[in-house]
Design a protein around this ligand. Sequence first.
Ligand SMILES: [Zn+2]
Length: 428
Amino acid sequence: MIIKGKKREVQLRKIIIIGLFLVGTLSTALAQDEQKQVPRSVTIIQAGTLMAVAGEEPLKERSIIIEDGKIVDVLPSYRTAYEDAEVKIVDLKDKFVMAGLMDMHVHLAMAGGPGKDSGDVALAGVKNAYKTLMIGFTTVRDLGATDDTIFKLRKDINSGDIIGPRILAAGQIIGVGGREDGRECNGIESCRRTTRDMISNGADWIKIYASCSGGRLCSNKDGPAVFFDDEIGAIMAVAKKYKIKVAAHTHPRDSALQVLKFGVSSIEHGSYINDEAMKIMIRDGVYYVPTVSVMDLLEDVVAKGENPPEMLAHDQAFLDNNPGNIFKAYKKGVKIATGTDAGVVPHGKNYREVERFVELGMTNADALKAGTINSAELIDMSDRLGTIEKGKIADIIAVTGNPLEQIKDIENVIFVMKEGHIYKSRKD
Ligand SMILES: [Zn+2]
């Protein structure tokens, strides 16, 4: 058939359109077929004891269904199948299963001192991240690093190239400058600039050094608040602009009261917070991260007795005051989250914070809550983390024993899952 002129053109176009349509239909059909050939894959954790929500009665004989890194269901009894999915069973029938622990005050990538360079910082970060995850801490807030390596570490952990916990990082600490006092904030302009720089470098949080470090005499009860009000105001204004929260390191009474006026989100250490500070913290929902694990270090230092007498007295004052003061804040209802200050104390022993909480009088359930639900709330992730419930990210750990009965069992982590991936799975 010979088709001429315009009619021929129309006819040809029709053939092409029909052809394209057929190819399209065929490829859609093929894609659907391919999809059918890849079955759904879920992991079923059979949990003997499940503390789904810290503070609530643990559940017995449950199955946690995990798909694409998320908890899609928590069902009664031990399941071996789920809908039409291919299943992988994890048998934790004789274990205590709970949400991944969280540490709100670590320094993963910190390596200072003579002969140390950026390579040491990077290696420290990789090693410490691994140690932290393997003991069941699936999320950390990093509150102070030597340099910006922590942001690279965060990126490589997110991509799966390095094994470690989920990191929210502050980068370098902002302080008044000089010695160990952090990135410089001296006067409004300088404070604005430094805060902006930290945020543009990748900070998820801002950490300010509102008093001397605990290792210096000026961090005593009556020690100075080191910033001027307008300096903190400048930092807070920039942070607020970018919707970034601020954590404040403070030991003395007055530096805590100062930063609380400006709406910080957490008080770190807070050794000498008084009744007035506690009242403001309750009113404003400010979290207290008392880093009580540091007591381990202070007890050692005092026992050795090698420091000058005034320093020993300074450390002894912390030991005498802090446990009682933290317990007082807890009883009053100040919100408390776990934070070890790992980096100052050893990495890989982050469970000490939970144990220390119990030693100072907290219930086991509340100590575990501080390390899960409260920490998730502090970092605005309680819709995704902190409990084992439908829709949450699958950060799940298991221990031998029962930390609700004996808190030391929190050290026996034999299983670690982060975002649905299993990083540790041992029998005992
Ligand atoms: Zn610290």
